[in-house]
Write a protein that binds this ligand. Structure first.
Ligand code: TRP
Ligand code: SF4
Length: 407
């Protein structure tokens, strides 16, 4: 697992998905979306509405999902995802995901899925739902298919999803091990080497020999560096030559890495994790009066019963909001005023209210035209889905080839 992502080239694809089970809230924004927005300037990014995933837990309430699919895309656009910069699409429009899921399922031991920590955790947590279903057990493998079908290198997710990315890596490794070598591998390698030119090909052959016979690390690094920048090579050709150099064949599926986003620093209104089901959330597009009310009703340090009682910001969820929304001067004012009972809790909350509304302002402005013209949102998703489909189909052709399914 990797957290840092220094200087990776733009073509390394990023992919992530979100379940459309409700209006997105500030916890989603600070925990995930803000990071997605940042990544769209650095990478080729694919972001999708995971409506099938939502059905693994909400199979009895399709109306929830139906209502939230396009609302969620509007939340994304409000947060700053830009259809010119990233690809936004809808999982269920791409049956290729289901096809890859089915093919991966053939060789995936059930134990791998039973051991994914979220499996038992969620069953425990969501006691009101019957999650002893085949779909729920299998959903991390569906997630693996979502990722592998785009050959994504980076998957921005929270810590809770890291085990799913790990399973994805195992599934890719197993697939490559079982089916990795293309039938015309040698011919393709020869063609790729020819494209590099005689001299480069000769040098590569020599260092390959050195690496395979003596494990010469320098030769390996030199060759990888050369291949990574050789302009004559498409990404797939480069992977093939890397496989040839290592002696492992070509990786049909690419092992991704989790790009762990720090846990959201913004808790819910009561200090617990922000979640719609806990009733402690503020939606991204909530109206100003409701936001104001909610913050005014936030619990504070329980020791501050009267205005004259001093308090301790460390025991107060409002302080955690200041850490996200306030500048240094305001934070010093809170610390001093709270501990000396110099300020009241309502005074203390005002800069938080102002900060949330200030952050929300540009989001509401961005959302407005999309709310007025829902067709534009649908067009964005249609265009994204078309782009995603052509990548997904390309991978599936190779997967079917590798498995001998192209009769
Ligand atoms: N399982 C993820 C969640 O519950 C959503 C998801 C589905 C996802 N497929 C994905 C995330 C692929 C990253 C990559 O939040
Ligand atoms: Fe919390 Fe601010 Fe009240 Fe202190 S003054 S208890 S930090 S709301």
């Amino acid at each position: 697992m990797t957290t840092a992502n220094p200087l990776t080239p733009r073509q390394e694809r990023v992919l992530s998905g979100m379940r459309p089970t409700g209006a997105l809230h500030l916890g989603h924004y600070h925990g995930a979306l803000k990071n997605w927005v940042r990544l769209q300037d650095q990478h080729e990014c694919y972001y999708f509405v995971a409506d099938w995933h939502a059905l693994t837990t909400h199979y009895e309430s399709r109306e929830v999902i139906e209502k939230n699919v396009f609302e969620m895309v509007i939340d994304w656009l409000a947060a700053g995802l830009d259809p010119e910069k990233c690809t936004m699409f809808l999982q269920s429009r791409l049956p290729e995901h289901a096809e890859l899921f089915t093919l991966l399922a053939m060789g995936t031991p059930i134990g791998w899925l039973e051991r994914v920590p979220t499996y038992k955790d969620q069953q425990e947590k969501l006691k009101d739902k019957d999650l002893s279903t085949y779909g729920f057990l299998g959903y991390p493998l569906l997630q693996a298919a979502d990722i592998l079908i785009y050959r994504a290198k980076w998957v921005p997710v929270g810590e809770d999803q890291a085990s799913h990315v790990e399973l994805t890596r195992e599934a890719a490794r197993r697939f490559n091990h079982l089916y990795g070598r293309e039938p015309d591998f040698d011919d393709r390698v020869a063609a790729n080497l020819a494209a590099l030119g005689k001299d480069s090909a000769k040098r590569l052959e020599k260092s390959r020999k050195a690496f395979q016979e003596t494990g010469d690390q320098k030769a390996f690094e030199g060759a990888m560096g050369f291949l990574a920048t050789a302009p004559a090579l498409q990404p797939r050709d480069r992977e093939r030559l890397e496989g040839w150099f290592r002696g492992t064949g070509k990786a049909v599926l690419v092992e991704p890495q989790a790009l762990l986003t720090e846990a959201s620093k913004l808790p819910g209104l009561d200090g617990a994790k922000m979640s719609k089901s806990y009733g402690n959330a503020i939606a991204i597009r909530e109206d100003a009066a409701s936001i104001t009310q909610k913050v005014k009703r936030m619990p504070t340090d329980p020791a501050r019963v009267k205005r004259t009682d001093p308090g301790d910001p460390d025991k107060c969820p409002v302080w955690q909001f200041h850490q996200v929304y306030s500048d240094a001067a305001t934070k010093a004012w809170v610390q001093q005023g709270c501990r000396s009972a110099g300020i009241g809790c309502l005074d203390c909350k005002q800069p938080v209210i102002d900060g949330i509304l200030r952050e929300q302002q540009p989001m509401l402005a961005r959302a407005e035209p999309y709310i007025a013209q829902p067709k534009v949102v649908r067009d964005i998703v249609d265009a994204g889905t078309d782009r995603a489909r052509s990548t997904a189909r390309e991978t599936m052709r190779e997967v079917r080839d590798a498995m001998g399914l192209n009769y």
